[in-house]
Design a protein around this ligand. Sequence first.
Ligand code: HEC
Ligand code: HEC
Length: 252
Amino acid sequence: MRNPQAIVSVVLVCLAALMLLVGWFAADSAEVEPATSQQAFDRDLAEAYVKAGCWQCHSVETLRGQLDAEFGAGAGGNQPVGPDLSGMALQFHPDWHVAHFWDPGAVVAGSQMPAQRQLFDGEQLNARGREVIEFLMTLDAPSPLRAPWPTGEYSAPPGDATQGKTLFRRHCAGCHGDAGNGDGPAARWFVTTRPPAKLAQGEAYRIGGDARHAVFGTLSNGLPGTGMPSFFRLSVQDRADLTEYTATLLGK
Ligand code: HEC
Ligand code: HEC
């Protein structure tokens, strides 16, 4: 230890360990902080959510205290079978929710959620349906249970277009149509925003530069603020296969 360089490194290592510890405790106490602190609460909109019965399958962690206090224990979500809805405003466009309420399976492959037709009069979203969606769009405080729109930069790994075609039918056709003409069963609900792109007709306003990287990035991040959701839950290989197929659809 007579070597001054060795002493400096020992001090640095100790400092780093200390900072790690402090950081760890700080992160720990941040978690203890009530999650409700940042999330605004609109009682009327929340009431529409409760009356619609969503709480029977969902929780809203960031509003659990308020929902339970205002509407009775359980309104914040008891033993939810569906995902926690905190931070929802950061992931889906209101039109996506309309399409999802009408026919969940058309926008989420293999969805277990029952259609919410009580929120429609005929084929029009009714007042309660609008309020429930408004409520979801107030859920904008970050939640440990839901990542916001991802924003990564990617380069597309090689993929298999044949696999991609099968995956496209499963995950994309509900909006973009089986053949990619923008005419899937959910397409008609995208009315306040741009409708699903007619990929097979080369419609790709957002795809510049290297098409494969751009498509892979679009699938991974979605197009924030539009009807195009993120597919970050799909594996990298699935996204690569989808990218390959989509690029052929676009003629690129
Ligand atoms: C009978 C149970 C049930 C009811 C009632 C229900 N949901 Fe769901 N919901 C689910 C399940 C299960 C999922 C998981 C994904 C899937 O299967 O689509 C889900 C998924 C969702 C998602 C997508 C979440 C994500 O991360 O992809 C949203 C948004 C949602 N539900 C909102 C609602 C709203 C709002 C209501 C009330 C109008 C409602 N749900 C009523 C079971 C339900
Ligand atoms: C819930 C409906 C929906 C689903 C499901 C969906 N998309 Fe989209 N997609 C859209 C909408 C809406 C747009 C147009 C966004 C805009 O330009 O405002 C879009 C745009 C795109 C674009 C960009 C087109 C352009 O103009 O540059 C690509 C590429 C794309 N989608 C591919 C896919 C693929 C591949 C899948 C399946 C993994 C998929 N989408 C699933 C709704 C959807």
